[in-house]
Design a protein around this ligand. Structure first.
Ligand code: FAD
Length: 272
């Protein structure tokens, strides 16, 4: 699980460790697992009674003029690869200020000691995230608190953030953003976000054309801009009627959280 690669997600890492232990026990009892193997539909055709596709998300780097793919990575590949940044990189920009982007920004600042900037298109960071988690992470990004509660774990260099801002071009040293002039302070952890379906009489709509151009010096970019369900294998297997029962589960079915993926998989596992 990608999230578990960051030190701040040590609880997820523990869960994964336990899961791996259980899988290893099952292997001893006869379960076969093929690691490092990408399956294609024809390999599965007619060989199984049930196929469950848990193939996760598909991500692509956004088409930004001037972007060098050698100094940019999608967050999942970045985390799977062990958060390796180029040796010379001192300034890292995270594009996408949802929960995943903010977590990886915090992890980069803390574990790699680099200068981190978040760029988020929406007016707020981590929209839709439960208030307690959101405010805690904002507090940490501001360099005010740490996951351990210890002063020595507080970020020495707070993470910069631009909300209501969009990247429009890149060159080898910089990212260029259009930032709304009326963007609000991204760091107000004490403020609860009002859900979209509740009318807020104080809400002022931002004028999308009232922007300024800002240059963000950048050595490396991590894109945390989401992804779409990687369900091609599932549909191909259905089309070819590869097995009597075929299921699609987790992010491959609908992008979500580990909770949804684990529960849905558990449900299918018990049902079949
Ligand atoms: C940075 C980050 C932080 C997160 N933090 C949290 C969190 O705190 N809490 C939470 O609940 N959720 C979190 N999530 C979301 C959570 O990781 C996902 O919802 C969950 O991993 C989905 O599980 P999955 O099994 O559906 O897909 P994945 O975990 O993405 O697994 C899919 C697997 O399928 C493999 N695969 C794909 N195609 C093939 C093929 N053809 N052949 C063989 N293998 C294939 C992939 O290599 C991958 O290993 C986070 C996500 C990110 C990116």
């Amino acid at each position: 699980m990608t999230g578990s690669k960051m030190m701040i997600k040590h609880d997820l890492a523990l869960y994964m460790e336990n899961l791996q232990y259980q899988m290893d026990q099952l292997v001893e009892q006869g379960l076969t697992i093929h690691y490092g193997k990408e399956v294609s539909p024809h390999e599965l055709l007619g060989r199984f009674d049930v196929i469950i596709c848990a193939t996760g998300l598909k991500t692509t780097l956004p088409a930004i003029p001037g972007l060098d793919p050698n100094r940019a990575m999608d967050i999942r590949a970045f985390l799977y690869g062990g958060m390796v940044i180029p040796e010379h990189a001192r300034r890292v920009t995270v594009v996408g200020g949802g929960i995943a982007g903010c977590e990886v920004a915090c992890a980069l600042a803390r574990e790699k000691g680099v200068e981190v900037t978040i760029i988020e298109r929406l007016p707020e960071l981590m929209k839709g995230v439960v208030h307690a988690n959101r405010s805690m992470l904002l507090w940490m990004l501001m360099g005010k608190g740490s996951p351990s509660g210890k002063a020595e774990d507080v970020l020495t260099q707070p993470v910069k953030a631009y909300t209501a801002s969009e990247v429009f071009k890149a060159d080898p040293q910089n990212l260029y953003i259009k930032a709304n002039r009326k963007r609000s302070d991204p760091y107000t952890p004490w403020t609860t976000l009002i859900p979209d379906n509740i009318h807020n009489p104080f809400h002022k709509r931002l004028d999308p054309d009232d922007t300024e151009e800002i240059v963000i010096p950048t050595d490396f970019i991590v894109f945390a801009t989401g992804g779409t369900s990687n369900n091609e294998l599932y549909y191909q297997l259905l089309k070819e009627q590869a097995a009597p029962e075929i299921y699609c589960v987790g992010d491959a079915n609908k992008p979500g959280r580990a909770w949804e993926a684990i529960n849905a998989a558990n449900e299918i596992g018990r049902f079949i």
